[in-house]
Design a binder for this molecule. Structure first.
Ligand code: ADP
Length: 559
């Protein structure tokens, strides 16, 4: 009935634990696990990084285009106006070219006045400029008016011509801006232009811009990239239709590019049509970062699961311990009340019988007196144990250490039990080494420890009734041994018998009265003396308890 109630309590506790803690925690871990797996499967981290790359590229493209437009617009402001003389026209164009080494040449086409091409003298000859002039005159002579009309419709009256330069003196990618002057030359067909030097683009313009954009920290608005904030970016500019092998020789690259393919590319529009921007991380890839993220997430989930399982095991064990302790306590109460009742009933019975005067022989009377004395001794031993135990539990147990002849103490204690021992049919073998030095102990406590051990030997012996007590010195330790040839103790229970309320499962123990406090007191007493208690036991063969008391260490007075 009792054990059914206990298993019910345990079941309820385990159920509560399961429903309130395990189920939600497991569900959380499982859902997170699935979530990380889906991120891994759908390559979501890579997709996020690539989205951020796209964002960085579009901003960079705007910046690159913006700079080319700004340079062009600035040059356009310096172009000659309608009323300028021929000389003035040349001077102004020359001024633009000489103050701007980024241009190979500038030109001005006027349907009325003809074409002027002003070359950058360092990189273009007069002859080449003359050829260019002819080319512009021919082209704009035919299409100039149409181009002017088209340009007027644009918000910025600039158009671009980009591609590989066919000049043998300056090969490479070049772009030329062609613009009209809606404010200066209202209804006339006048076009101007500046041509960017391929060398300047390759060596200065793109490298500088790439360096600028990659050194900036693009938060990109996405957590994923900012989480990778310490990852530096690397970018290249390359011909949009470049073959894979040609990517190793891009037009320009930022520091830390290190070769290979870009992770994400972006085709540039005017003014750099035909080129593309490429981006990747320095020294790593989005895939590697994603793999690391997934691995870290799984690791965290794994550690969490292990912690949770560990916590559960600990909680389960502590619940079990509490349930067992509750059981031990209830056993203790019933054992103690039983132990109190029996000697009291005997004392009353024998005292009443004596009182009635029915006992006539002195021998019988003596026997009754001795029973009353023995039972009252048992009562005080039990009450002393309980009082000591409650003082220990309250942390208020005090020991009175005094220089003591311990051999005499053991002898005296055994003397007062000798009669009882012999009456119960026990053979007592007492061996006290001579020359045991005096030690500082609490007399009463050591005597109580010995009495508890002797009582146990008497209680837990069935067939062979033997009690051995030895006191001897081994180096700096004093040993007090109490041995019996009784029922013995199973190995797995030997460490537990010193716990409070613990009693073994042996049927004889169950039929014997006891509180389960004796050995826990013995251990407390010896430890307070700086020593310990040991047990050696074989089931069915007997047990030996040894109190170890150090001779050197001076114990404290309060425990
Ligand atoms: P109690 O004797 O009141 O039950 P103790 O703390 O003195 O409590 O002992 C705890 C348990 O250890 C006992 O219930 C018994 O099972 C076991 N035990 C103690 N001494 C012996 C012994 N000499 N032989 C066999 N078992 C013993």
């Amino acid at each position: 009935m009792k054990s059914k109630r206990q298993s019910n309590t345990r079941f309820r506790l385990v159920l509560t634990l399961g429903l309130a803690v395990v189920l939600p925690a497991l569900t959380l871990i499982f859902v997170n696990f699935q979530h990380v797996k889906s991120i891994q499967r759908d390559k979501k981290v890579e997709a996020l990084i690539h989205r951020d790359f796209q964002y960085v590229l579009s901003i960079s493209a705007k910046k690159i285009a913006g700079k080319a437009f700004a340079m062009t617009e600035k040059a356009r402001e310096g172009f000659p106006s309608e009323n300028d003389s021929e000389n003035e026209r040349r001077r102004k164009l020359d001024q633009i070219v000489s103050s701007n080494p980024a241009f190979t040449h500038v030109f001005l086409f006027d349907a009325k006045k003809g074409t002027v091409v002003q070359p950058q003298r360092a990189s273009m000859s007069e002859k080449e400029a003359g050829d260019m002039g002819k080319m512009y005159s021919g082209w704009f002579g035919l299409e100039g008016q149409y181009l002017c009309e088209q340009l007027r419709k644009k918000p910025k009256p600039i158009m671009w011509m980009a591609g590989e330069s066919d000049r043998p003196t300056a090969p490479g990618y070049m772009t030329t801006a062609i613009f009209s002057f809606p404010d200066l030359y209202r209804d006339r067909t006048v076009l101007g232009g500046v041509s960017f030097d391929p060398n300047y683009l390759k060596k200065e313009f793109f490298p500088e811009l790439l360096e600028e954009v990659t050194s900036q920290n693009f938060a990109g608005g996405e957590e994923q990239l900012s989480a990778q904030g310490d990852q530096r970016l690397a970018m290249i500019v390359y011909p949009a239709d470049a073959l894979k092998a040609e990517l190793d020789r891009p037009l320009a690259m930022s520091a830390g590019w290190g070769g290979g393919k870009p992770e994400v590319s972006y085709k540039l529009d005017d003014p750099f049509r035909g080129l593309a921007l490429g981006i990747k991380f320095q020294g790593t890839t989005a895939e590697a970062i994603s793999r690391r993220w997934v691995w870290q997430s799984f690791m965290i989930l794994g550690v969490l699961s292990v912690l949770m399982i560990g916590g559960l095991v600990l909680t389960y064990r502590s619940v079990n311990k509490q349930v067992a302790l509750a059981r031990l306590k209830s056993d203790f109460v019933s054992n103690v009340s039983h132990e109190l009742r029996t000697p009291l009933a005997l004392i009353r019975l024998y005292a009443e019988t004596l009182e009635l005067g029915r006992i006539t022989t002195q021998d019988k009377k003596n026997e009754y007196y001795s029973i009353i004395r023995k039972e009252s001794e048992r009562l005080s031993a039990l009450i002393n144990n309980i009082l000591d135990f409650s003082r220990i539990e309250a942390g208020a147990k005090e020991y009175d250490f005094r220089e003591t002849d311990i051999a005499e103490l053991v002898r005296n204690t055994l003397d007062s039990y000798r009669y009882q021992i012999e009456q119960q049919g026990f053979a007592l073998e007492e061996h006290i080494d001579p020359g045991i030095p005096a030690v500082k102990v609490d007399r009463e406590a050591i005597a109580r420890a010995l009495v508890n051990l002797v009582n146990n030997a008497l209680k837990y012996s069935a067939n062979e009734k033997f009690l051995g007590v030895r006191l001897y010195r081994e180096q700096s330790v004093l040993k007090l041994e109490v041995s019996d040839r009784g029922i013995g103790i199973e190995r797995h229970e030997q460490s537990r018998i010193f716990e409070k309320f613990y009693r073994t499962c042996d049927p004889l123990v169950h039929n014997t009265k006891g509180s389960g406090l004796g050995l826990s007191l013995v251990r407390h007493i010896t430890r307070a003396h700086g020593g310990d208690v040991e047990v050696e036991s074989t089931p069915g063969r007997g047990s030996k308890f040894t109190l170890l008391l150090p001779l050197t260490q001076q114990p404290g007075s309060t425990v």
